[in-house]
Design a protein around this ligand. Structure first.
Ligand SMILES: [Zn+2]
Length: 107
């Protein structure tokens, strides 16, 4: 990620990703708070990949287990296993960061 205030580039860790699941982060250098922007392309990519994975996964799990509950739970787990690393990568490398207003450095 790149800080929009000081342009410092730093890696998004899993801990920071899960602690700030809504995309609001603090720069490790200047401590300014910023958020990651949403775009239609970002939302389209994540939803499309989730659907591409969930469809065949649900079909196969229902076929193997004959249980819709197992298919729903299994598909959700499979989608999360694939989508969370992808979402973290998109947050770290692709989504643009914007300063929060008013911006106060974290204490
Ligand atoms: Zn900074």
């Amino acid at each position: 990620m790149k800080c929009p205030h000081c342009n410092h580039t730093f890696a998004l860790t899993w801990k920071e990703y899960f602690l700030e699941i809504w995309g609001r982060h603090s720069c490790v250098a200047c401590k300014c708070r910023f958020k990651l922007s949403y775009s239609w392309l970002y939302l389209a990519i994540t939803v499309l990949i989730a659907l591409i994975i969930a469809g065949p996964a649900t079909f196969l799990i229902v076929r193997w287990t004959h249980s819709r509950v197992m298919a729903a739970v299994g598909s959700l787990v499979i989608v999360l296993v694939v989508l969370l690393p992808l979402d973290r990568w998109l947050d770290d490398h692709w989504r643009k960061s914007m300063l929060l207003k008013p911006n106060k450095p974290e204490s």
